[in-house]
Design a protein around this ligand. Structure first.
Ligand SMILES: [Zn+2]
Length: 321
């Protein structure tokens, strides 16, 4: 039997998703596992392997050539090791690629999750055909990736492209990385919700209280987008502030790297112009006109599938080179 299928895996904060990805970037044979409450590397790897096994059972194990995995954390090029993952403290110097290869008996390639999403968007998504792009994903954190001349730009030891940790406010909100004022502390979906909760604690009234059923802990970024869309002042203020700071970061990136395209993804982009309006306004106000003149700022196209598709593509590219 010809081994002609590649499985892509997206390891997220609460779930792991896997699927077969064909050579045109199309997805089939999806599987899913919750990793909520899985704290150790061993537990997470067990769930990841179980997820891939489900996909292999449905597509035919004998047809699988290998597995590409997008994972949080810093991975020095060619090492196959997650040296550090800010939101998973247990993951230090974890040789994830060889552990997975042993467990699954198949070739495995691992890639940083934000890079994987960018590779997916660059292959068959919103950035297809562009040479110089930046991808920003607003999720639990702010994922960032830079592709220059069609190649992921990784920096000297794999820590390049950490756009979420650009400082946008001097001595601002504390970020999970330990530094104050990072973009992630303002523009991640988590931070957007937290800032709305803070305004409510300060006595602001908002339709958010009703949308969350009276429990501020249930407020999420999607709820804030909905409230903002309905004209709620508190929600609009939070969205505008977060999007303006995102635009500040995008302006600096435009001046620094002169990209053709910036792709912004994550569930928050359903807010549409509430996000893209302030971002474009800041670029018009701050970026060098020569750079801003050619720049396109667009929503991501692949949604939650970008990581799976990009992880599989990463496997295909590393296998053939
Ligand atoms: Zn940070």
């Amino acid at each position: 039997m010809k081994r002609d299928l590649v499985i892509g895996v997206d390891l997220g904060g609460t779930n792991v998703n896997s699927a077969v990805v064909d050579d045109g970037g199309r997805i089939s044979h999806r599987a899913w596992q919750s990793i909520s409450g899985s704290r150790t590397a061993g537990e997470v790897i067990d769930r990841l392997v179980a997820c891939v096994e489900t996909t292999m059972d449905s597509c035919g194990r004998d047809r699988v050539a290998g597995v590409g995995v997008g994972t949080p954390g810093l991975i020095p090029e060619g090492s196959g090791t997650v040296v550090y993952a800010p939101n998973v403290p247990e993951w230090v110097d974890l040789p994830l690629q060889s552990l997975l290869r042993e467990r699954m008996g198949l070739p495995v390639a691992i890639e940083n999750d934000a890079n994987a999403a960018a590779i997916g968007e660059h292959w068959v998504g919103g950035a297809a055909g562009y040479a110089n792009i930046i991808c920003i994903t607003l999720g639990t954190g702010v994922g960032g990736a830079i592709i220059m001349n069609h190649e992921v730009w990784r920096g000297s030891n794999g820590a390049g492209g950490e756009i979420g940790h650009m400082t946008v406010v001097e001595n601002g909100r504390m970020c999970g990385c330990g530094a104050p004022g990072c973009l992630e502390a303002y523009a991640s979906a988590t931070a957007i919700a937290e800032q709305a909760r803070e305004l409510l604690r300060d006595g602001r009234t908002s339709v958010l209280t009703e949308l969350a059923g009276g429990d501020p802990g249930r407020i999420d970024a999607a709820m804030i987008a909905e409230a903002a869309d309905r004209g709620d002042e508190t929600a609009r203020e939070v969205m505008h502030r977060s999007a303006t700071l995102l635009g500040t970061a995008v302006s600096s990136l435009t001046n620094l790297l002169n990209p053709e395209l910036i792709v912004i993804g994550g569930g928050v982009i359903k807010a549409g112009d509430l996000i893209f309006g302030p971002v474009r306004a800041e670029v018009a106000r701050r970026a060098y006109k020569w750079s801003a003149g050619i720049l396109e700022i667009v929503p991501a196209k692949l949604g939650d599938d970008a990581g799976i598709i990009g992880a599989a593509r990463h496997f295909m590219l590393t296998r053939t080179t």
